[in-house]
Design a protein around this ligand. Structure first.
Ligand SMILES: Nc1ncnc2c1ncn2[C@@H]1O[C@H](COP(=O)(O)OP(=O)(O)OP(=O)(O)O)[C@@H](O)[C@H]1O
Length: 596
């Protein structure tokens, strides 16, 4: 329960919804209890008037008594109807305030979680899987909403109704009230136990369902692999086995539910029989009127629904508490990467690595070891090295996706940690190794990094990334949808759209992380020529595997196992006859063997 305390700030924020809400609950219940008393009076009227009517049999007055009798009945009937209408009206207000408040709180929590997630660093996303992140922002928030809305509403409603009904019952007759309420505790206990069982089964079903949907989602995403390996039959069998588990649990739930409702009806019936039996005896000895029995029966029936809700409300609160605990776990996480500076940062693009070491905290892999180098403003620097040598890690460190463990990275002579991070990243154009495009139009994907763009800007960026001709070849050109709802671009086209997205920003520092691998050499040359023109005077860092891509760089850094083993221009490195020269020779041989 202590986890739910986090929500008190929202109750405070929406106090002008919850306070009137409680007021409407009380009023609606008063209008729910009064009709029982009216029915009691009406019942008494009937019994008394029937006796009177038979007394006047054969007299002229009989007609008058009949008229008075029917008018009174009509009056009571209309009164009950009006009272129930008023009850309905206040029930409407109750839901309009409390349930509406729960929707406002749900909206606020979702936004709070989303905003917080975005502040957390890349390491957080590596440690937690996307499904879990999504669940906490959707399923868990929904469970919390069930607490701030229905659970609170029904709890207050049950409490108020109980007080009013018990007060009304005891003011009529103590003995009858006690007998009438006798089966209710049993009802509460049974409902609680059955509800716990239903809950456990529902949780199991829910788990099975998410397993099933993850299975289906993964298999359909990988349908190409399934078809090419002819594993449709096998996949079908696995699916059927998973579905069987779901079916068994669902059938178990139906059994428990089937037992639940008859038990409830039985106990309510027992209460009614006790009311009639004990009440009948009281009527015979004159302590109550027959109308009181009718009144009590209405009370018993009125209590049934709220009592059955009690068990449900308890589970809602338990579930919400567990969900809020999960939500709080992430909300309490502080971002590893923070930036205190708020002033505007102008970047000229000088980058200095001073004895930088970095170990990935989650795997303990030391990816960068005591690395020092300098990139001057406007230089074109290339990073080359074997796979896993730490090239992408260097790019991540330059963008401050992670903080270094040892040493320092300086931008224009200022430590990266003391720069305004958002502003600094705004000056960087980054093209990742694994291209990610949103399910949106090509135009929106290219202009992603800017708030407003003109068609001309988008087209120029596409031309500079050498993808313009491909795009205008599509039926809807720049409005072509990408992703699941749209067309699938080739690997090289995706890379170039991603390059255009970085170029449109006109960044001070451009980082290409091996993003020309799927592009043919002629197109690569075209892009590199455009880069030379666009990035003139600005810093560009190119991570590549092909020496042909980078041989014109002002400086080439050769990485091996997290360390810089060689650095210099292409010619300087060839003269060293080291790893770079060997790589060059190998690639030349490869080229030659291809051309034969
Ligand atoms: N997010 C991560 N968490 C933990 N370890 C990582 C992470 N990313 C990379 N590593 C590890 O750090 C080392 C360097 O990886 P990095 O991606 O920087 O190499 P790379 O030179 O870019 O390789 P490639 O050319 O294949 O892209 C590798 O051993 C890798 O397993």
């Amino acid at each position: 329960m202590k986890h739910l305390r986090y929500l008190n700030k929202y109750f405070y924020k929406y106090k002008w919804r919850i306070i009137p809400g409680i007021f409407f609950v009380i009023i609606s219940n008063i209008f729910g209890v009064i009709p029982a008393q009216v029915i009691g009076h009406a019942f008494n009227l009937i019994t008394e008037n029937i006796q009177l009517y038979s007394l006047f049999s054969g007299f002229e007055r009989k007609e008058i008594i009949y008229d008075i009798f029917s008018y009174s009945l009509l009056y009571f009937g209309t009164l009950v109807l009006i009272l129930y209408l008023l009850r309905g009206l206040f029930l409407f207000f109750m839901r309009q305030t409390i349930i509406l408040m729960s929707r406002h709180i749900e909206f606020d929590i979702k936004n709070e979680i989303y905003a917080h997630y975005q502040k957390l660093s890349l390491g957080f996303y590596r440690r937690n899987n996307t499904g879990d992140l999504m669940n906490r922002a959707t399923e868990d928030v929904n469970r919390v909403r069930m607490y701030v809305g229905p659970a609170i509403m029904y709890a207050i409603n049950t409490g108020v109704l109980f007080l009013l009904v018990i007060y009304a019952m005891f003011s009529v007759n103590t003995k009858l009230a006690i007998f009438c309420l006798l089966p209710l505790p049993a009802l509460v206990v049974i409902i609680y136990f059955v509800n716990t069982k239903i809950n456990k089964k529902s949780e199991l079903i829910q788990e099975q369902l998410s397993k099933l949907s993850s299975f289906v989602q993964e298999r359909f995403s990988g349908i190409r692999v399934i078809k090419s390996y002819v594993r449709e039959g096998h996949t079908e069998k696995v699916f059927a086995a998973e579905s069987q588990g779901y079916k068994n649990n669902a059938m178990g739930l139906v059994k428990v539910q089937a037992l639940f409702y008859p038990t409830m009806v039985l106990l309510v019936g027992l209460s009614t029989i006790l009311t009639i039996y004990i009440g009948g005896k009281q009527v015979i000895n004159g302590s109550i009127t027959p109308g009181n029995i009718a009144e009590f029966i209405v009370y018993v029936n009125q209590l049934t629904f709220p009592v059955s809700m009690l068990g449900w409300v308890t589970t809602l609160i338990q579930r919400a508490s567990a969900s809020q605990k999960r939500i709080n776990e992430f909300l309490e996480l502080q971002p590893d990467i923070t930036s205190e500076a708020h002033d505007k940062t102008e970047i000229s693009g000088r980058i200095n690595f001073q004895n930088v070491s970095f170990t990935y905290p989650d795997t303990g892999i030391e990816a960068i070891k005591n690395v020092s180098f300098e990139i001057k403003e406007g230089q074109f620097v290339a990073i080359i090295g074997r796979t896993g040598s730490g090239k992408s890690t260097l790019a991540n460190l330059i963008m401050r996706m992670y903080d270094v463990d040892k040493g320092d990275i300086k931008i224009d002579g200022t430590s990266l940690k003391s720069l305004n991070l958002q502003d600094y990243r705004n000056h960087i154009g980054f093209v990742p190794q694994e291209v990610f495009l949103f399910s949106d139009t090509i135009k929106n994907n290219i202009s992603f990094g800017l708030d407003t763009t003109t068609t001309e800007q988008v087209e120029t960026a596409a031309k500079n990334a050498a993808v313009y001709h491909n795009i205008i070849g599509f039926e809807h050109q720049f409005e072509t949808m990408l992703g699941e709802r749209g067309i699938t671009l080739s690997g090289g086209q995706k890379q170039r759209v991603s390059i255009a997205r970085a170029l449109i920003k006109e960044p001070r520092i451009l980082i290409f992380d091996d993003c020309l691998s799927a592009v043919d050499t002629r197109t690569e040359e075209e892009i590199l020529n455009n880069l030379g023109r666009l990035m003139n005077g600005k810093t560009s860092i190119l991570i590549a595997h092909r020496i042909s891509t980078i041989k014109n760089a002002d400086k080439i850094l050769v990485l091996d196992n997290g360390e810089i083993t060689e650095q210099g221009t292409h010619e300087e490195l060839l003269l060293l006859s080291g790893a770079y020269a060997e790589m060059y020779q190998n690639q030349l041989l490869e080229e030659e063997s291809k051309s034969i």
